[in-house]
Design a protein around this ligand. Structure first.
Ligand code: SF4
Length: 466
């Protein structure tokens, strides 16, 4: 490295390390120097100047300029939400986030956010996940903006810091694999080792590659892109681990009021910008896809039949797989198939009150209508219902378990026709759709446009369905 980079460049690389990985020793040093949380809301002239001087930064309005550490933390949240959801997103409103010179402010802001979230929320809350996801995205964007020589240098430095052994065993990535931040298929493995370096790749595979240049194969299969992906995922994992650590310690310490205040502001910002389409945020980017009361008359025939009760042959799949996913998505996130990204129930129903008081009672009632009643014979299926909502195999849905399993989306009509054929009694609307949830959305639209504004038999009783 010394052959190619000057001392100044080396110092710049060190700055870049903390700018990309706030949990590096360089980042920790910045936090130690700052010392305390005091002054986090005070106007900071140095930050103001750095933001204004950032290349392409929009300075036409003061609202674009973070004035202190707390503002910077909220701007990070805003940047991520608008980047993800807002068609009018303009990178120049947030160009300062891609300015390495803000590193020391940025590091303090992410620690402040992680502490505020760890103290106030569950690490798997939407606040926690937003911070982790946004950090990963920021790392990707920041790497992309570096000049090639710096980029390569900093990537190697970061990897060397985060992966200390010479041969990286895939098992050492178990946390990333377990949290699905990375897949084994993303990497090239040889005898249990993750192959990342070109020299290593050539030693292992040069003799085996025919008809192509081994160097080209390396660039194609691995190259910088895999290294950078691993870096961004590892930094996401470090962010998550830090939030977990704070959360575990939180009951033993008295939370600083400033952190509680910032946690509250982050939560408000997420609500305001509808982090998750359909989260019921005021305005935001969710459009017409908000969680709304269930409209029973828009349920497709297969769902109507399931609610009335199913015979012993199909009971389990009808209730646990079909109805649980259908009702939860119909009530909370009917536009799931139109939107990207993974989702959790707490994104839309943060305290799980809708899930517990509306959705689960409807599912349990339908289970009771089965012949014979499903849970009488098979109480274990209650746990499976909870699991299909994303809360693992547990008796009740609880935030601390969210993410232990997947929130299942409703199965397609084709699958229903194969596995639950007796429930499929198509009507005219069924000809235009491929999934019961699409039927529901279409039918609601048809009912709205036909002027049928009659309140559904459910809408008045949804809040106290039993
Ligand atoms: S076609 Fe689809 S929506 Fe219609 S009844 Fe059959 S499974 Fe249900």
């Amino acid at each position: 490295m010394g052959n190619f980079l000057s001392i100044v460049q080396l110092i710049e690389i060190m700055v870049l390390i903390s700018y990309l990985n706030p949990f590096s020793s360089e980042g920790e040093e910045i936090v130690r120097e700052k010392g305390s949380i005091e002054g986090i809301f005070e106007v900071n002239p140095e930050l103001l100047q750095l933001v204004r001087d950032s290349k392409s930064q929009n300075i036409s309005d003061d609202s674009y300029i973070p004035k202190n550490y707390a503002d910077l933390a909220l701007k990070r949240v805003e940047w991520y939400l608008r980047r993800k959801n807002d068609k009018k997103y303009n990178h120049n409103d947030y160009a300062f986030l891609i300015n390495p010179k803000i590193a020391k402010f940025d590091v303090i802001s992410i620690y402040t956010m992680a502490q505020a979230i760890g103290i106030k929320f569950n690490p798997k809350s939407r606040e926690g996940r937003l911070l982790v996801e946004s950090q990963g995205k920021l790392v990707e964007d920041r790497l992309e903006k570096l000049v090639p020589i710096e980029r390569k240098e900093v990537v190697n430095n970061l990897l060397n810091q985060m992966i200390t052994q010479d041969n990286i065993k895939w098992t050492s990535m178990s946390q990333l694999l377990g949290s699905k931040k990375i897949n084994l298929t993303d990497m090239i493995l040889d005898q249990g080792d993750v192959v990342l370096e070109k020299e290593d790749f050539l030693i292992r595979f040069e003799d085996k590659i025919e008809g192509r240049l081994p160097e080209k194969m390396y660039d194609l299969l691995i190259g910088e892109k895999i290294k950078e992906m691993i870096i961004s995922r590892m930094i996401m994992q470090k962010t998550e681990n830090y939030i977990h650590k704070v959360h575990e310690m939180a009951p033993k310490i008295e939370a600083h009021p400033t952190l509680l205040e910032i946690g509250e502001q982050i939560s408000e910002k997420i609500k305001e910008l509808s982090y998750f389409p359909g989260s019921g945020g005021s305005g935001g980017f969710g459009g017409d896809i908000k969680a709304t009361q269930l409209q029973h008359e828009a349920f497709p025939p297969c769902i109507q039949k399931t609610i009335e009760g199913v015979g012993s042959g199909n009971r389990n799949d009808a209730i646990v797989l079909l109805l649980t996913s259908f009702l939860s998505y119909a009530r909370l996130y009917p536009s799931v198939f139109r939107n990207e990204g993974t989702s959790k129930i707490s994104d839309i129903d943060p305290d799980l009150q809708i899930t517990i008081n509306e959705i689960i009672p409807l599912i349990f009632e339908a289970a009771n209508n089965c012949n014979p009643p499903l849970f009488d014979d098979d109480p274990q299926e209650k746990l499976n219902v909870i699991a299909k909502l994303g809360f693992g195999v547990n008796k009740d849905p609880e935030l601390k378990h969210e993410g232990e399993s997947k929130w299942y989306t409703p199965m397609s009509c084709d699958k229903i026709k194969i596995h639950l054929s007796s429930l499929c009694k198509p009507d005219a609307t069924c000809k235009k759709i491929g999934n019961p949830l699409s039927y529901y959305n279409r039918k609601r639209w048809e009912l709205r446009n036909s002027g049928d504004k009659t309140p559904s038999k459910s809408s008045e009783s949804d809040s106290d369905t039993d």
